[in-house]
Design a protein around this ligand. Sequence first.
Ligand SMILES: Nc1ncnc2c1ncn2[C@@H]1O[C@H](COP(=O)(O)OP(=O)(O)O)[C@@H](O)[C@H]1O
Ligand SMILES: [Mg+2]
Length: 203
Amino acid sequence: MPPDELNKHQIEDGNTPLTGDETGGLIPPHLTTRADLNQWEIRNIERAMGWIGGRTLNVLDQAILQELHRRMFDETWKWAGEFRDSDKSISAYHWTEVPRLVRDLLANTQAQYEHGAKIPKALDELAIRFHHEFVRIHPWPNGNGRHSRLATDLLLQSWERPPFSWGNAAHPTKSGEVRARYIAALRAADAGSFDELRRFARA
Ligand SMILES: Nc1ncnc2c1ncn2[C@@H]1O[C@H](COP(=O)(O)OP(=O)(O)O)[C@@H](O)[C@H]1O
Ligand SMILES: [Mg+2]
């Protein structure tokens, strides 16, 4: 994946509430503001992109999926690459369900790929469903949005599909509007209508 693909994986989040444990998992001791942390995370993710180096990774392999999160946040959070061990307001799923839910999602996506039509529309749809369910499970204490957008683009790459545009903004980090559309599209998908998310993903 080229370096200019990077920014769109950094859509500003702001405020997933962290538990005391997770804040305690912050590695750099000197960061004081949210902006400092954002910058630090951007560098960490840039190093992860360097590690990928344009390779095609099989993110339906759970070890690789976890390694991707670890590489994106290994210099930021002690728990990088490890599933959450507390509940999140964003996810309806209890944290103890996460390992099974992720395993099932990966296996189901692989099975649908193998048995489905290998045409662009079908592959994009499968990637949309994968992304939506993955962020619904919300496997990580933090970094779910950034990790799952990158994982989805790598999934598309492994199927020889171009990455999603994710709202088609050059710098979504700066745009509250893009984030609002993204969250609204995820909510609509929660309610069973995926049109907004399809339009958002390939603007
Ligand atoms: N109602 C919602 N509000 C915020 N984020 C949501 C919501 N529903 C799903 N999400 C997903 O959760 C992500 C935010 O989770 P978080 O772990 O903080 O990720 P990141 O730190 O990468 O932004 C969003 O990018 C989105 O993918
Ligand atoms: Mg966050």
